[in-house]
Design a protein around this ligand. Structure first.
Ligand SMILES: C[S@@+](CC[C@H](N)C(=O)[O-])C[C@H]1O[C@@H](n2cnc3c(N)ncnc32)[C@H](O)[C@@H]1O
Length: 419
């Protein structure tokens, strides 16, 4: 509300009064009166009035700024409340509820009408308002405008979760021969790179211990299993951080890949030469938290720390391999996902209450029914991967976080890649 001010006669009114008074005294004196009035208007009264007008404008601008600040808070509160309500519904698997559509429409209206608010704000003379209040208003409005600019993508993210077809953990891939050919080249190149990145000969002592040399699983197959394992974790709603380990990580390429999916990715390796290569490689990458542990998997005690444990037939002695498999199962937490892409493991797994989920994934300490239930639920997760981004738009944070936990994310550039 405007503050009251002392009323002052306007120059124009004084000028007219002057002229009229003189008029009554006779026409002859009119020019003198007018001159007097003009003098009063320009010299005596004008500076005073300019001051008063400026003062009035300042107060009007200050009031407008206060009103705009309140209006901005209200817009933000209304949008944040609706965004949180949408996030809640998504979290409770109610993405197809009609309330989601209503809330989306309400947010959209507020976002679209925000330009009117910005117009009102631009009409305020910034110099008239105390700098603290105005700069806060400006920075809040700018932040909100930045958030609102993302609305289209956020709405798309919510829509992507509605009425979607289930996707199996290991979908039948009817790849065109041309794509298969390209995938094969890509795998060959990565295999070659693995040798370049870890050119070290296997250590004689590691060989004597029964270790296989660093021969990797083809990258495309690894990613297929890894992605499926990641989706199982989404179903389990494990707390953060999500941790992965490669038992016998060789030169560390799989750890590097897993760091794109998990908050923490580790490798355990017996051969010290390989350990050094892996550490060197991971130093070059800044994705996620990675570590390489030098040690013997047959004596390792920390399996319980990880959510996904990957091992690709690390040992060539069947007895030692079985010892290793048993140790992993016995020392990991119930619910841990084991990723073991070789047939022999199925025998050990079936003996130790470690049922298969699907493909090459196994669930520690679960019943076959529980493993089957996880497989079914995992079909409804999204396909996006990755740890939480370091910064997100505050307004949409609840929607983005819940979506990410379900495997949905805004992925700029992804569409361009698919084209
Ligand atoms: C077949 S390679 C797998 C490499 C990598 N995991 C991959 O999939 O690309 C086996 C690796 O396990 C390591 N290894 C074998 N036995 C081990 C043990 N007992 N403890 C730690 N590492 C071991 C070997 O040195 C070798 O680097």
């Amino acid at each position: 509300m405007a503050k009251p001010i002392a009323e002052k006669p306007s120059s124009w009114r004084l000028f007219c009064a002057c002229a009229l008074a003189t008029e009554n005294r006779g026409r002859k004196k009119l020019p003198i009166s007018l001159a007097f009035g003009y003098l009063y208007y320009t010299v005596i009264n004008r500076p005073d009035e300019a001051q008063s007008n400026a003062c009035l404008m300042k107060m009007i601008d200050a009031d407008a700024a206060t009103e705009l600040t309140i209006a901005l808070q209200q817009i933000e509160t209304e949008v944040v409340e609706r965004a949180s309500a949408i996030a809640n519904l998504l979290d409770n698997k109610l993405e197809n509820d009609a309330t989601v559509d209503r809330l989306l429409a309400e947010v959209r209206n507020r976002v679209l009408s925000f330009s009117q608010f910005l117009l009102r704000m631009s009409a305020v003379n910034r110099e008239s308002v105390d700098t603290g209040g105005m700069s806060k208003l400006l920075s809040d409005a700018t932040r909100l405008r930045g958030d609102f600019n993302q609305w289209h993508a956020v709405e798309g993210l919510v829509r992507a979760q509605q009425n979607r077809e289930p996707v199996p953990l290991y979908p039948e891939m009817k790849l065109e021969p041309i794509v298969l050919q390209q995938l094969k080249v890509s795998d060959d190149i990565i295999m070659g790179l693995q040798r370049l990145l870890n050119p070290i000969e296997q250590d004689a002592q590691a060989e004597g211990h029964g270790c296989y040399p660093d021969v990797g699983l083809p990258q495309s197959r690894f990613l297929r299993h890894l992605h499926a394992a990641y989706r199982v974790l989404l179903v389990q709603r494990r707390g953060l951080p999500k941790r992965f380990i490669d038992i016998g990580c060789g030169g560390g390429l799989k750890v590097l890949s897993a760091a794109r999916f998990f908050d923490e990715a580790a490798g355990l390796e017996y051969d010290l030469g390989y350990v050094k290569s892996a550490r060197e490689l991971l130093r070059l990458d800044d994705h996620g938290m990675t570590e390489v542990i030098h040690g013997d998997a047959l004596a390792f005690d920390d399996y319980g720390r990880f959510d996904v444990i990957y091992f690709f037939k690390p040992m060539n002695s069947p007895e030692k391999l079985e010892d290793l498999e048993r140790r992993i199962i016995e020392r990991s937490r119930p619910g841990t996902v084991l990723m073991a892409p070789y047939r022999e493991f199925e025998v050990t797994a079936s003996q130790l209450q470690c049922p298969k989920i699907c493909g090459r994934l196994f669930l520690v300490g679960a019943s076959p029914e529980e493993a089957a239930a996880v497989r079914e639920q995992a079909m409804n997760t999204g396909l996006c991967i990755g740890p939480a981004p370091r910064s997100v738009a505050k307004t949409w944070a609840p929607i983005l976080e819940v979506s990410r936990l379900k495997g949905f994310a805004m992925q700029p550039g992804f569409d361009a890649w698919a084209r």
